[in-house]
Structures are given as C-alpha cells and as structure tokens.
Ligand binder design. Structure first.
Ligand SMILES: Nc1ncnc2c1ncn2[C@@H]1O[C@H](COP(=O)(O)OP(=O)(O)O)[C@@H](O)[C@H]1O
Ligand SMILES: [Mg+2]
Length: 244
C-alpha cells in the first residue's frame, strides 16, 4: 500500500513540475518602494503574477499606477524591495548583478514608447547594439541584425538614420533591436503611445506575429483598450496594486 501512495505522490509532483516549467515569469509578493531623503513612494504592493511561456498579456492602469516599475522589475532593470521574481524557474531575485546583466541581454528584449534609438547611428547599427555584448563575429552580428530588420519589414531602410524614418518605422527598428538576440521575453512599455492608430495597429501585428511564430512571451503596457483587447489577458493596476 505504501508503494501505491508513493507512486501517486510522484505523479502529483511531476504534474506540478510540468506546470512550473511552462511558467516564464512568476512574481510573488513583489513590492517596490522608492525612498529618497524625504519621501517614500510605494510603487508596487503585493504583486502576484504568473505569465506562461508564449503568452501575450497587457498591463493597464492610470498614469503613476506602477506599470513601468512592474515592467522594469520583470526586465531586471529594477530590484523589488520585497518578494520574489522567477524567470523560467530561475530565482533571479537572488542573482548577482553580472549574472542579471547577462540574462537581461540574452533573454529579454525591451521596447519603449519613445523608441530610444541612437540618432547618429544607422538603422542597422542601432539594431546591432545589444549584440555587441555577445561573443560573435562582425559578420554574424550584421547577419542577425539584417534578419531582424527583415522580420519587421524594414530591409529597404537599413542604411537610413532614425530621423529619416516615420514614428512607426522607428518603432519597428526598436523592435528589430529588441529581437536581434532572440530573446524569450519581450517587454514593451506603451509601444504604440507615440503613434497614430494605423501605425499602432502595425506594431501590434508585428508583436502578435513574433508571439505566434517565435513563441516569444510578450508583456505590453498600454493605455489603449483597443490594443489591450488584442492580447490574451489584461492585468490591471491601480495605485501599485493588482485590481483583477
Ligand atoms: N526612480 C523613481 N524614484 C522615485 N519614485 C519613482 C521612481 N520611478 C517611479 N516612481 C514613482 O512610482 C510610482 C509608479 O511609477 P511608474 O511605474 O512610472 O507608473 P506608470 O508607468 O504606471 O505611469 C509613481 O508614483 C512614480 O512617481
Ligand atoms: Mg510608465
């Protein structure tokens, strides 16, 4: 009888492990408090969030509700003051800076509202930037950057400069830069916030394609309910708390 029980327990365990393997981002009790000399701002309170590998979710909430802070914590740009973060089952909250920098560079791609391109570098040079931190030849780096630009439909603009492109095209360059290193997670902070609705739709289509075809997990902050509805799930923040 004891043997039978053991077998059952093992089955249960492997089920849990299987579920865990499919979780790309896991936050438990995450809190973020910014402290300056005089004031203390609680940006996040008790955030518990699981994002499955290959999921595409959006984060909504009023200005100041902690959306960017949450994205920065997930993207290892900011450290929570309490709670834990696991990426792909790895307890990154306990990792040292150098290790975090490597994970950030190799596994995470960022896209921002204002694109953050370098104006005196050409499009292809911008896309190569994150690859400079990797061990690879110049020709391999160029090949990957061109492939990423092809992926976002910009192969006819590789030698242009950012100022010669429309906002939508600049955001496509930023997406190419974010995906050039094949990240498993894409974090987008209001990626359509500076674009008209048609360009915004194009950006969403690209993100959806990447999510569907490369199985990239995507977390997108947005103010636009129309764009949020295109994602699989909406997480809402208010005053640093999850409200759903
Ligand atoms: N580096 C910082 N230092 C101090 N306070 C900050 C910092 N970053 C954000 N905050 C504060 O944390 C709260 C959440 O900010 P943020 O995450 O940028 O919100 P959102 O992206 O939803 O507009 C705000 O009250 C903001 O002022
Ligand atoms: Mg923000």
């Amino acid at each position: 009888m004891a043997g039978t029980n053991l077998a059952v327990n093992e089955d249960l365990k492997s089920d849990t492990d299987l579920q865990k393997e499919n979780i790309m981002i896991q936050l438990d009790g995450v809190e973020k408090v910014y402290r300056t000399d005089r004031i203390e701002t609680v940006a996040l309170t008790n955030i518990n969030l699981s994002v499955k590998e290959g999921e595409f979710i959006s984060i909504m909430g009023p200005s100041g509700s902690g959306k960017s802070t949450l994205l920065n914590v997930i993207g290892l740009l900011d450290v929570p003051t309490a709670g834990s973060l696991e990426l792909s089952g790895k307890p990154v909250t306990s990792y040292k800076d150098r290790h975090l920098a490597r994970i950030r560079n190799e596994e995470i791609g960022f896209i921002f509202q204002t694109f953050h391109l370098i104006n005196d570098l050409s499009v292809v040079d911008n896309v190569e930037i994150p690859l400079l931190y990797r061990k690879m030849s110049n020709s391999e780096r160029r090949k990957r950057a061109l492939r990423a630009l092809d992926r976002v439909g910009l192969n006819s603009r590789v030698h242009h400069f950012p100022s010669q492109l429309s906002g939508g095209q600049q955001q496509r360059v930023a997406i190419a830069r974010a995906i050039a290193g094949n990240p498993r997670v894409l974090l987008a902070d209001e990626p359509t916030g500076n674009l008209d609705s048609q360009m915004g739709d194009e950006i969403l289509e690209i993100l959806k394609d990447l999510n569907r075809e490369e199985k990239t997990t995507v977390v997108m902050v947005t103010h636009d309910p129309r764009q949020a509805e295109k994602t699989e799930r909406i997480v809402r923040l208010f005053d640093g708390r999850q409200v759903n």
